[in-house]
Design a protein around this ligand. Structure first.
Ligand SMILES: NC(=O)c1ccc[n+]([C@@H]2O[C@H](COP(=O)([O-])OP(=O)(O)OC[C@H]3O[C@@H](n4cnc5c(N)ncnc54)[C@H](O)[C@@H]3O)[C@@H](O)[C@H]2O)c1
Ligand SMILES: [Zn+2]
Ligand SMILES: [Zn+2]
Length: 344
């Protein structure tokens, strides 16, 4: 098979690798599309040291089942499926509870170096991580389940509901997912803060109000747009500035969900947390149930999904797409790699 292999900082290329074969409990997928995620880009530039030379990345994916190993009932070749990349040990209390993201021995497809992942023509996945989708769904939507599940888990962890006024900070794919999830959980008042014009345009096409945080005091603008301070903040950037903005723009008792991982360390105004009884909630990926519910939601074809993919490339053009995205081109939001060739 052909695969996109990480060689080192800012260096990624297509290589030939042996076709994998499914062992017990495994499923072999022919990959249709895999999204390039912010974390892939940070790995590509060498900024986070979590990617290693020789590694095949890719965790936002959809494909067709080609073959299954022994002991895999119910997954038929030919079916379209997405893959939950969070692999728990399967033996601990967190895994038993379906909160594999809290498993101390969790591995993540696309992140852990020993797992050959989804920027390739073929990929193996544990059968319990494979989620079958309707055959008539536009296949690339399946690769959106993963980032959308990140937003869904963030919004659920912030207990977002119909009575909330929600501020989403950041209009990238994760911010978009947070806003869509807040709407899906019943929130009608949702505003997204995003400095890049092209991204504000995309968020507005999804039907959300936007604020340019560079154009004035964010807290004032949020009060104008939401009719009061935010009761829940979903920070999909994760810097001292955005956490500070989120605290100032939110009500007493507000929940601020830190899903963005823009900085390793934060400085924050402690009294803005304590004296206002605000809580800061960290989230990482999702429990398997949140992933499945997001897959079901995507399968129902909610309005807006058609706006989320803005560029499609084959494997040979993928290195160029990585370079362009890493250079900070924010006109593209979600670029998808099609290992069997990009659709025309
Ligand atoms: N916790 C998790 O499970 C998880 C999963 C995936 C991604 N992430 C993290 O979430 C973050 C967002 O991911 P993404 O793919 O959307 O990234 P992205 O870089 O595509 O988008 C971030 C957006 O934030 C905007 N932004 C920058 N400064 C801002 C500010 N001061 N106020 C408002 N917006 C601002 C940028 O213009 C950009 O559009 C990243 O840090 C990523 O590592 C976390
Ligand atoms: Zn991702
Ligand atoms: Zn476990």
């Amino acid at each position: 098979m052909r695969a996109l292999v990480y060689h080192g900082p800012n260096d990624i290329g297509v290589e030939e690798r042996p076709d994998p074969e499914p062992g017990p409990g495994e499923v072999l997928l022919r990959i249709t599309a895999t999204g390039i995620c912010g974390s892939d880009l940070h790995g590509y530039t060498g900024e986070n040291k979590r990617r290693h030379p020789g590694q095949i990345m890719g965790h936002e994916t959809v494909g067709r089942i080609v073959a299954v190993g022994p002991d895999v009932p119910g997954l038929e070749p030919g079916r379209v499926a997405t893959v939950n990349p969070v692999i728990g040990c399967g033996a601990c209390a967190q895994c038993a509870a379906g909160t594999e993201q809290l498993c101390p021995r969790r591995k993540v497809i696309g992140v852990d170096r020993e797992i050959a992942s989804a920027f390739a023509e073929l990929m193996l996945a544990p059968a319990r991580n494979v989620v079958v989708l309707p055959q008539d769904l536009p296949e690339e939507f399946g690769a959106l389940v993963e980032p959308l599940a990140v937003g869904y888990h963030a919004a659920r962890s912030g207990r977002v509901g119909p009575d909330d006024a929600v501020l989403v900070i950041g209009g990238g794919p994760i911010g978009q997912a947070c806003a869509l999830a807040a709407r899906r959980l019943g929130a009608e008042k949702v505003v997204v803060s995003e400095p890049a014009k092209a991204r504000r345009g995309l968020v507005e096409r999804l039907g959300f109000a936007t604020i340019d945080p560079a154009a004035g005091d964010l807290a004032d603008r949020v009060r104008e747009v939401l009719g009061g301070p935010a009761t829940a903040v979903l920070d999909a950037v994760g810097t001292s500035r955005t956490v500070g903005d989120g605290l100032r723009a939110s009500s007493l008792g507000a929940r601020l969900v830190l899903v963005g991982m823009g900085s390793r360390e934060l400085t924050l105004a402690a009294f803005d947390v304590s004296t206002f009884e605000r809580s800061i909630i960290g989230t990482f990926t999702y429990p398997s149930q949140d992933f499945r519910e997001t897959a079901e939601w995507v399968a129902s074809r909610p309005a807006g999904l058609e706006h989320l993919v803005d560029d499609r490339v084959g494997l040979d053009d993928a290195p160029g797409a990585f370079a362009r995205l890493a250079s900070g081109d924010l006109d593209a939001s979600k670029v998808m790699v099609f290992p069997q060739g990009a659709p025309r």
